[in-house]
Design a binder for this molecule. Structure first.
Ligand code: HEM
Length: 564
């Protein structure tokens, strides 16, 4: 006899008597809560200045017929008109744009407002729940595991790979001599190759053309995701599926995941073969033994490095890792650590989660530095006097020799470092950051309260061009990063790598790689540009790019100081 047959008719009646009213009560309470939230959102949101919003659409129609390369200048016009806090409505979603370092500090420095905005969900088919978009305990435990794989000792062991790949790209670029060409293509290729060899530990022999195809596919994917951000109809999966973008995305993901799947498979097979032979992956300490050292290595290695003055205000877990490096530690590079952790169960991570993190590091680690290095090369092509100073510094370190750079050499590239920082100021590869606000938060400007449920967009590009913090902010001037200039500047007025608990884990990796890559190129070529910065057409589609292409020319470098 079934349970249902046991229930008597009067019992059904009494169940109905309680059940339906309870459902109705719960639904009403939920609707009331939503209504209150929305009303509060409207009330608080509309206290903040912003363009007139229409019913239902809000400000969404402003995006109609706009091309990605037009959006940045529109955003800057709004900041200029409304001030450093601007409100927008996308349908009934409230979006607050912040450009004042005091307000930005409230958000980025917090351990509460660390969840990414819902706009990041468009990355999900590509990056899953990798470090960039994950939240809660998953983000915390993965960050704790991944951050130490960018420890300074690990980075030192990558110097040889940075040098070799930089030399390779110099050779590849030789064919462009005398032509105007897009240097970003070369920077994308080399940054993918470097990541594969360093973080992923894939040897040169097992790489192929797929690295370049991967980089091109990533650029196109970013364009699709960006269009989904501001075109309201593309935000709904049900509608998106019927657009041509969906099919394009599918094909691009095949290329992107094709490479990352191959990387993981290759690495895992090697791990298992080695394990069967009793070989465990070499630790970073073992690998470092083969990298060249100079006599004063230890003295310099202990020096405070990588522009502490610039980033002193927002120390993060990377600094903590570097400073608390006591005793012998078994350090593994990123993918070695992931695979070993999954195999021996020391850190709870599944194969699927490894894939999410590999996809994340591959994306964040290459596209940002490809854009960053391309902007530096274009700017030096325009500012010949600054390029001459960079070269003189390099000549002072290397003379006319062709030797590879050591880690200690990079510590002496002080002027090149300022050039990189200034370029990241004027052209931050990640031009905006967005957070979801889960609790009401009061900001410094006018004591505005940002209501729970809204999205906060931090306009790094706008902050970096604020005349209050940078004299002549539209002029490329590496001396903006002289210690005396950075000393008293607001910490949150310079945030190319974000700041606080969710800052970039690859910051030190990026600066070291940029120094070796750029110094190698500049020791071999003189950069020339026939157009000035006012002609750059900027496109802020996730990663800031030149829509007109990173056009430059190269000339052979005469290895003599500029004054000779
Ligand atoms: C010039 C180069 C780079 C710039 C300007 C840059 C900038 C940033 C920014 C602004 C964020 C915060 C993004 C957000 O909150 O939406 C970020 C996060 C991140 N970056 Fe970078 N990045 C660079 C290079 C790298 C490299 C080389 C790697 C790895 C090899 C990397 C890995 C990551 C990861 C994993 C995150 C997410 C961290 C988290 O949420 O905990 N980045 N980066």
């Amino acid at each position: 006899m079934t349970v249902v047959e046991d229930i008597q008719p009067h019992q059904w009646n009494s169940t109905r008597l309680y059940f339906y009213p309870l459902v109705i009560l719960a639904t009403s309470l939920w609707l009331l809560y939503r209504w209150q939230q929305q009303t509060k959102m409207y009330k608080l949101g509309n206290k903040i200045p912003g363009p007139l919003a229409l019913p239902i659409f809000g400000n969404a129609l402003l995006a109609i017929n706009k091309k990605p390369e037009q959006l940045l200048s529109i955003a800057l016009e709004y900041y200029a008109y409304y001030g450093s806090v601007v409100r927008g409505w996308l349908g009934n979603n409230l979006i607050i744009f912040l450009a004042d370092p005091n307000d930005v500090e409230v958000i980025l420095n917090s351990n509460v407002h660390i969840d990414k905005a819902s706009e990041y969900k468009f990355f999900q088919p590509w990056l899953g729940e990798g470090l960039l978009i994950s939240s809660g305990e998953k983000w915390r435990s993965h960050r704790k595991m991944i951050a130490p794989t960018f420890h300074i000792n690990i980075l030192k062991s990558f110097v040889g790979v940075f040098n070799q790949n930089s030399k390779n790209v110099v050779e590849k670029m030789r064919g462009e001599m005398g032509k105007v060409f897009d240097v970003h293509d070369y920077m994308s290729g080399v940054t993918v190759d470097i990541l594969l060899e360093t973080a992923m530990g894939i040897t040169k022999e097992t790489q192929d053309q797929s690295g370049f195809d991967y980089a091109m596919a990533v650029m196109k994917m970013c364009d699709i995701i960006h269009q989904r951000h501001y075109k309201i109809w593309l935000r709904f999966d049900a509608l998106f599926k019927f657009t041509s973008f969906f099919e394009k995305q599918k094909k691009l993901l095949e290329i992107i995941h094709g490479l990352t799947n191959k990387v993981i498979k290759n690495k895992k097979e090697r791990y298992l073969q080695n394990k069967a032979k009793g070989i465990i992956p070499p630790t970073i300490d073992e690998i470092s033994k083969t990298t060249p050292k100079t006599e004063n290595y230890n003295v310099l290695a202990n020096e405070k490095t990588l522009a502490d003055t610039v980033f002193k205000g927002y120390r993060d877990d990377l600094d903590f890792n570097d400073e608390n490096d006591v005793g012998e530690k078994k350090r593994l590079a990123f993918l070695d650590l992931m695979i070993e952790s999954a195999q021996n169960g020391s850190n709870k991570i599944t194969d699927f989660e490894i894939k999410e993190e590999v996809d994340t590091i591959m994306f964040e680690g290459h596209d940002t530095t490809a854009a960053g290095s391309s902007f530096v090369l274009c700017l030096l092509g325009i500012h010949q006097d600054i390029q001459a100073r960079v070269y003189d510094e390099l000549y002072g370190i290397f003379g006319d020799s062709d030797r590879p750079a050591t880690f200690e050499d990079t510590l002496q590239m002080k002027y090149l470092e300022r050039v990189i920082f200034e370029s990241l100021r004027m052209y931050p590869p990640v031009p905006i950051i967005a957070r979801k606000i889960n609790r009401d938060v009061k900001i410094a400007t006018n004591d505005y309260v940002l209501p729970a449920g809204c999205t906060v967009v931090i306009g790094t590009y706008g902050i970096h061009r604020n005349p209050k913090y940078y004299e002549n902010p539209d002029v490329f001037n590496p001396d903006n990063f002289l210690p005396e200039k950075t000393q008293n500047r607001h910490y949150y007025s310079y945030i190319p790598f974000s700041a606080g608990p969710r800052s970039c884990v690859g910051r030190k990796y990026a600066i070291l790689k940029l120094k070796i890559l750029l110094s190698t190129i500049l020791r071999n070529y003189k950069m020339v540009s026939d157009i000035t910065e006012d002609k750059f057409v900027l496109q802020a589609d996730i990663i800031l790019k030149r829509h007109d292409g990173f056009r430059v020319q190269i000339e052979p470098r005469k290895r003599v100081p500029s004054t000779a």
